[in-house]
Design a protein around this ligand. Structure first.
Ligand SMILES: NC(=O)c1ccc[n+]([C@@H]2O[C@H](COP(=O)([O-])OP(=O)(O)OC[C@H]3O[C@@H](n4cnc5c(N)ncnc54)[C@H](OP(=O)(O)O)[C@@H]3O)[C@@H](O)[C@H]2O)c1
Length: 252
């Protein structure tokens, strides 16, 4: 299937490693030009060097929790690529349990990052004609998971926000969707850390997976790539769960 991504311009925040990095690689493989960014310029430079043989990729330092930094990165990336067709808001403040500090951190990063990011990207997405926004959520937003915390509750807020955005931006031919991964295992990732430091918890969550394994970043990247592409032209306002059956609710 031709996803229609050749020559499209995509921005992926938080893309030097983990899921964002695999989304970048999948988009490059489909012929997109991609802008990457994370908090350390040295990591961005290293990723650029590793990715440059795979296609057109640009990148610079960015802190999604900082309003000016995110807006400046989006403007600079759009200038470098010559526009924006796809905007993937991937960064999260994570699952901290430090009371209000964690709430404000996740609010600034996950929620206000999404709000500010879409605001800054929208003028470019309007020019695209096939604009697409993807927020990376989590299954922790749709079923009870571990403890009451900002990460779960505020990622849930992104789902409602994306649905309303999909209505507001539909007339400008901009689709807005969420991809919610379940546990995703990769070297250096959160679940490798849990495996090392909380093996009982790791085993308990693995036991919930019907096929006995966690997901891979590539499996999330494939879903994001399709949903972001013109091939998904009639899909907007959805929350796509990518979890291999980890969650148990019936999604009516
Ligand atoms: N891993 C999972 O099992 C899982 C499951 C469900 C949902 N998710 C979601 O998937 C997304 C990616 O998670 P991941 O596991 O791939 O994370 P990760 O391995 O920690 O990678 C995060 C990436 O974002 C960058 N980053 C972190 N904070 C940033 C900030 N404030 N500004 C700019 N860049 C920043 C990191 O680089 P620096 O730290 O150097 O800046 C890195 O490149 C998140 O939204 C997460 O909630 C993950």
């Amino acid at each position: 299937m031709d996803l229609g991504l050749k020559g499209k311009k995509a921005l992926v925040s938080g893309s030097t490693r983990g899921i964002g990095r695999r989304i970048t690689e999948a988009l490059l493989a489909e012929g997109c030009a991609v802008a990457i960014g994370s908090r350390k310029q040295a990591d961005v430079d290293k990723a650029l060097a590793e990715l440059s043989s795979k296609g057109t990729v640009v990148g610079s330092e960015l802190d999604v929790a900082n309003a000016e930094s995110y807006k400046a990165w989006i403007a600079k990336s759009a200038e470098q690529l010559g526009g924006i067709d796809i905007f993937v808001h991937n960064v999260s403040g994570g699952g901290g349990m430090e009371g209000e500090k964690s709430w404000y951190n996740v609010f600034e990063t996950d929620v206000m990052g999404a709000v500010r990011g879409v605001e800054a990207a929208t003028p470019f997405l309007k020019e695209s004609g096939v604009g697409s926004v993807i927020f990376i959520g989590t299954t922790a937003a749709v079923e009870t998971f571990m403890a009451p915390m900002a990460y779960n509750a505020l990622k849930a807020g992104l789902v409602t926000y994306s649905k309303q955005l999909s209505q507001a931006l539909g007339p400008a031919n901009i689709r807005v969707n969420v991809v919610c991964p379940g546990p995703i295992y990769f070297a250096g990732g959160a679940w490798e850390n849990i495996e090392k430091h909380a093996p009982d918890m790791y085993k308990a969550h693995l036991a919930i997976q019907p096929n006995g394994r966690f997901g891979t970043p590539e499996e999330v990247a494939t879903a994001v790539t399709f949903l972001a592409s013109p091939a998904a032209s009639w899909i907007t306002g959805v929350n796509l769960i990518v979890d291999g059956g980890y969650t148990k609710r019936v999604q009516l």
